[in-house]
Design a binder for this molecule. Structure first.
Ligand code: ZN
Length: 138
């Protein structure tokens, strides 16, 4: 087993997500490799400490105090960003409608074949023989 693989397996083992077969392979590597053994020791210690931290309860006022001390400027900036996003979005809609209308006009004026086709033929052309429009017509 390569050390890179062993490092990945160490985390999985500590999370309880490594199969027994791979755990024994990892343990085999840890017996031979001192650097991975040290990584395993430190990671296990870190995991243990982090698990202990989760049990600590924070005082109820801490959240309010942090929120009240946040700079007010940040709020204004985010509102400005939201309106910029709306403006960009509106412009995109406007230009896509504009471009769509432009493309449509160009397609119908340039393509003289379409212009000569009768109204009914055109409906069949665009929706096909099994079109739902045809079903409604009958
Ligand atoms: Zn190693």
């Amino acid at each position: 087993m390569r050390c890179k693989t062993a490092e990945r397996y160490i985390s999985l083992k500590l999370d309880g997500e490594l199969s027994a077969k791979l755990v024994s392979k990892l343990d085999e590597h840890l017996m031979k490799c001192s650097s991975c053994k040290e990584i395993h020791r430190q990671t296990a210690l870190l995991t243990e400490n982090l698990t202990a931290i989760q049990d600590v309860e924070y005082p109820a006022w801490l959240h309010h105090r942090i929120m009240n001390n946040l700079p007010k400027k940040a709020e204004r900036q985010s509102t400005w960003r939201v309106s910029l996003a709306y403006a960009t979005f509106s412009l995109m809609i406007f230009f896509s409608v504009f471009a769509g209308v432009g493309l449509g006009k160009k397609a119908y004026t340039d393509n003289s074949d379409y212009a000569q086709i009768e109204q009914e033929d055109y409906l069949q052309l665009s929706f096909g023989d099994n079109s739902i429009w045809e079903v409604y017509d009958e």
